[in-house]
Structures are given as structure tokens and as C-alpha cells.
Design a protein around this ligand. Structure first.
Ligand code: PA5
Ligand code: NI
Length: 186
């Protein structure tokens, strides 16, 4: 059975779909994600960092299907590190994904299997093809929420080992009012 169409407000990415799923991540849930642990501890753990809404038109794990989602990350920083998503690999590593920026500005941090890490600029209209085998994380470097639509395979899955384990090879930090990519060891 083909699912009925859903609705996207292309001006802000808002999604209306049957059975729309949602999750939110507060600062207190993002243990070990930010570099400055002391700065993180001083902030209100109830602060919402990001929300995700997504539509699963087929069952999770279905081979050959697709999901659609919207991520909204609030502006803010922990120390000099901008608010961002945890970031992940796909459980099925070769699964690719599209991200498209609807509003706000940021950086898409990408890491290949060797640990090589780089970033792409995100601004309204930017469309990012995330290849398989590439871990991905969205960083809000602006002063208003960044809203990003995503489309990914329904059997991709999310593996947060990169967020909870050794981490990305580089971070986006604010230096003299501007975002820069800094190697994780620095
Ligand atoms: O599927 C995706 O890649 C996105 O919908 C992300 O899950 C979303 O941006 C939230 O990021 P994370 O899953 O890394 O917490
Ligand atoms: Ni993904």
C-alpha cells in the first residue's frame, strides 16, 4: 500500500504526517558530547538543545523504504562550542542521506571511517549529500534556530558510538565571534 501524502511547509520545514514521531534532547541528556565539561555542568540541564520530528511511512528496518524528518537546533553554546546534534553513523554503514537547510545557518560536520573530519557550510537552500560510511552532525553557528530537513533509508538505523565513544575528529568552536573547525586533539 502506498501511504497518503504528508505536508511540508517549505518556508520553515514544518511537517504534518500521520503518526508523526518526535524527540527532544536537553542539555542534561547530552553527556560527554561537548568538550568543556565544566561549562556543561554549569548550564541548566533542562535547556532544550534540539528537537526532531520524523515520518516513517514504512516500518523501521524496511529495506528499500525512506524516512523524512526535520531537525531544529536552538542557538547557544557550551563554553565556546555551539549547540549541535549528537551525530551518528548509520547502523548499516553504507546507507546515505540528504540534509537540506531550510532556515538558519550552521556547519555540517562529516567524518569518514579513517577519522578524517571536515565541515560544509549550511545556509537556507544548501543541500548536502551524506555518503554512506560518513558520520554526520549538525552544528548551529547562528543566533536563531537552524532547521534542517532530512531524508534517509528506512533500514539505515542510528549508531551513536561516534558521539559516545572516541568522537568526531574535529569540533566547531567560536573564536573571535566566528566558527572555526578545530582538531579534537587541539
Ligand atoms: O536521521 C538523521 O540523520 C537526522 O534525522 C538526525 O537523527 C537528527 O538530526 C538528530 O541527530 P542525532 O540523531 O545525531 O541526534
Ligand atoms: Ni543520519
Amino acid at each position: 500500500m502506498n501511504p497518503a501524502p504528508a505536508f511540508v511547509n517549505w518556508a520553515d520545514g514544518a511537517l504534518q504526517a500521520p503518526g508523526l514521531q518526535r524527540s527532544e534532547k536537553k542539555l542534561g541528556q547530552l553527556t560527554g558530547i561537548f568538550r568543556d565539561h565544566q561549562a556543561w555542568q554549569k548550564l541548566d540541564p533542562e535547556t532544550i538543545v534540539y528537537r526532531v520530528w520524523w515520518w516513517e511511512p514504512v516500518a523501521s528496518g524496511t529495506a528499500g523504504g525512506l524516512f523524512w524528518g526535520l531537525t531544529e537546533i536552538q542557538p547557544g553554546r557550551v563554553g565556546n562550542e555551539y549547540f549541535m546534534t549528537r551525530g551518528h553513523w548509520h547502523v548499516i554503514r553504507n546507507r546515505a542521506e540528504f540534509y537540506g537547510t531550510v532556515a538558519g545557518s550552521g556547519k555540517l560536520v562529516l567524518m569518514d571511517r579513517t577519522g578524517h573530519t571536515w565541515a560544509e557550510d549550511m545556509a537556507p537552500g544548501s543541500l548536502h549529500y551524506i555518503a554512506g560510511e560518513v558520520a554526520h552532525r549538525i552544528v548551529n553557528t547562528g543566533d536563531k534556530p537552524i532547521r534542517v530537513i532530512a531524508c534517509w533509508p528506512s533500514d539505515a538505523g542510528h549508531d551513536y558510538e561516534v558521539a559516545e565513544g572516541r568522537g568526531f575528529g574535529a569540533r566547531i568552536l567560536e573564536e573571535r565571534g566566528a566558527p572555526i573547525l578545530v582538531n579534537a586533539q587541539d
